[in-house]
Write a protein that binds this ligand. Structure first.
Ligand code: MTE
Ligand code: MO
Length: 369
């Protein structure tokens, strides 16, 4: 049976050893933990459980910009780290005998689940940053559950390996030149993929955005556009467009009437779940003022309906903490100009500390619920 890679002495590199695995594992663990926690934040903001809905924080204004930027950067940094970690340990795949005991067999099965879910998780996440969905399942739910599976598998793996990790946590002998070179190469790879991606959310790294799908300063009116008016079928807005606001005292407003209300300007970012973010100056009417005028109670949530006929973001819901925030606007202008069709003309929602997907464009209707 001991043929091919199963033969003794097939793997000669001195780097297939626990100290290298532990050093890489620490970095990888830190990246994955950051990625998991920031991913949970993103999930909760997009789909809050009922008990949390009224307690979501609308501040800090840039909160989601930071957490989602970190989510994408740490996920991308994890890719070369995982590659290096798997390379370090892959001779174990050909261990002989394949299972020494039931416990050993279970541990190997656990590692199979861990590696498979981790690879799929990072792969789906990476493709999502490119807005490419070549699979039949819904991205967000799959990414969420795979995240739990991978993190659970990781915790089991760490506890199973705790004695080995402990034994190699501190350096006992000076590291070999070969290991230093390997770790330096991995560090360089992580640095390059992180820095060339981070510029999509970190303004002072903008010059290095090579790998990121977006440059946050390129697009209509100086902002990127994720879904254009042409894609959404909203290039022509009906001439008799009116904003409908429902509540105890429903009403409609023309654009001229909206412009007669108090106009507020706020600097707020669009923070896309795919990792890019960009700040802009938005001017418009406070959502709070519109709801008060309809007699909605302070605890009311708002259902926002777009002119967009179909699409996952044609209708969104905004919990009360955002609706009451004085910075949450029904924006009519961006950076001093009337919104372009691609940025949501005639009106769009912009709220602090919110995922970009929920900043609804081409708004037609606000319902206090
Ligand atoms: N009606 C509607 N609004 C939408 C979307 C959409 O598909 N339909 N896309 C959202 C997404 S994913 C993001 S990141 C932001 C992008 O805003 P921008 O195109 O104005 O930069 O708009 C959001 N608003
Ligand atoms: Mo987005």
């Amino acid at each position: 049976m001991r043929i091919g890679p199963l033969r003794e002495g097939t793997f000669r590199s001195a780097l297939h050893e626990p100290r290298t695995a532990v050093v890489l594992g620490r970095w990888l663990g830190a990246a994955l933990l950051t990625c998991f926690l920031t991913g949970l934040i993103s999930h909760v903001l997009q789909q809050p459980p009922d008990w949390l809905r009224d307690h979501l924080p609308s501040r800090p204004v840039n909160g989601y910009r930071v957490t989602q930027g970190l989510h994408v950067i740490s996920g991308i940094a994890a890719i070369p780290l995982l590659g290096a970690k798997l390379w370090t340990v892959y001779p174990k795949l050909f261990e002989w005998p394949p299972a020494r005991s039931v416990a050993h067999a279970l541990e190997r099965l656990g590692i199979a689940v861990l590696v498979a879910s981790m690879l799929l998780e990072l792969f789906t996440g990476l493709l999502n940053t490119l807005q490419w969905y070549p699979w039949p399942f819904p991205f967000r739910q799959t990414h969420f559950w795979l995240g739990w599976l991978a993190t659970g598998g990781l915790l089991l793996h760490i506890s199973a390996k705790a004695p080995l990790i402990g034994a190699h946590w501190r350096r006992v002998r000076p590291g070999s030149a070969q290991r230093r070179a390997f770790l330096a190469t991995v560090t360089a790879a992580v640095g390059v993929v992180s820095v060339t991606t981070a510029g999509q959310s970190v303004p002072w790294l903008r010059a290095f955005v090579l790998f990121a799908p977006r440059r946050p300063d390129i697009g209509s009116q100086g902002l990127p556009v994720n879904r254009t008016a042409a894609q959404a079928g909203t290039t022509t807005v009906p001439a008799d467009w009116r904003l409908t606001v429902t509540g105890p005292r429903p009403y409609e407003l023309t654009m001229a009437e909206l412009l007669m209300m108090e106009q507020v300007t706020a600097q707020l970012p669009i923070s896309c779940v795919e990792g890019w973010s960009a700040a802009a100056n938005w001017t418009g009417v406070r959502v709070r003022d519109l709801l008060d005028r309809a007699g909605a109670p302070p605890s009311a949530q708002v259902r926002i309906t777009s002119l967009e006929a179909a699409g996952p973001y044609a209708v969104t819901e905004m919990p009360a903490p955002y609706a009451r925030d004085p910075l949450t606007l029904l924006a009519l202008r961006v950076n001093g100009e009337v919104l372009s069709a691609d940025h949501g003309y005639p009106a769009r929602i912009i709220a602090p500390n919110r995922p970009g997907v929920l900043q609804t464009k081409w708004v037609a209707r606000l319902e206090a619920i």
